[in-house]
Write a new protein. Structure first.
Length: 234
């Protein structure tokens, strides 16, 4: 068995749509990912309630001076979040202080490498040399490892390169893979590097993030349950 888990992205823009979607997941063993679109209308008390019902994944993608990020991490740890994202491009000092600010057995600081909306051309525009997503992901994750981070967010497409480049560390870290679709679904407009659940399992992903594929299905609860069953059989 793979031990992989499903994280469902809750990217809703109204309280009503969020709560309606939440009820469809009640009782399912999913990680609940709350992102930037939804966080503004949820209080810390409401986030605490979510953390009592699900493993809460706060996708804040923090990137600021080290003390700001570390103190924000402590707030989210106190709320009960199990995962909190920070940008690896924030640098060693920021990453190191964030990792040290919380207990790893309570909350995992997850380092975001290269967003799945970006491609090589975008990296070139940013001055990254070589302008290659896999090379940049490997570089950023090496930085994260040196800073004490052990959970990373990257595209499924980079896992093979990471397995090759990080032989000694690969089995000791956790990989979260966004940008996933079901079966032969096409890519969404804001994703450049898209893969399937089967791709993610084959490459050894630990937490598989899905959003639109779940919520645009005829029966979101049934769709989420089907993915959970597939992960359990893998």
């Amino acid at each position: 068995m793979s031990g992989a888990r499903l994280a469902v992205a809750m990217d809703f823009t109204t309280v009503e749509s969020f709560r309606g979607a939440l009820e469809k997941l009640d009782g399912l063993p999913v990680v609940l990912k709350v992102g930037l679109r939804t966080m503004p209308f949820l209080s810390l008390d409401e986030m605490k309630e979510l953390a009592e019902r699900f493993d809460l994944f706060v996708d804040a993608k923090l990137h600021d001076i080290p003390t700001q990020v570390a103190e924000a991490a402590q707030v989210w740890e106190s709320v009960g979040a199990r995962y909190l994202t920070v940008h690896l491009s924030g640098g060693h000092a920021m990453l190191s202080l964030a990792a040290q600010a919380v207990r790893a057995d309570r909350m995992k600081v997850a380092g975001v490498s290269v967003l799945t909306s970006l491609n090589g051309g975008d990296l070139g525009d940013l001055g990254v040399v070589p302008a290659d997503c896999a090379s940049q992901v490997v570089r950023l994750i090496r930085l994260g490892l040196r800073a004490g981070i052990r959970t990373f967010v990257c595209s499924v497409g980079e896992l093979a390169a990471l397995r090759e480049e990080l032989v000694e560390d690969f089995d000791d870290v956790e990989f979260i893979t966004p940008g996933l679709v079901m079966g032969s679904e096409g890519a969404h407009s804001d994703q450049s590097r898209v893969f399937t659940v089967e791709d993610a399992l084959r490459e050894g992903a630990d937490v598989l993030v899905m959003g639109r594929s779940i919520w645009k299905s005829a029966d979101p609860r049934k769709a989420a349950a089907a993915v959970i069953e597939k992960l359990a059989r893998a």
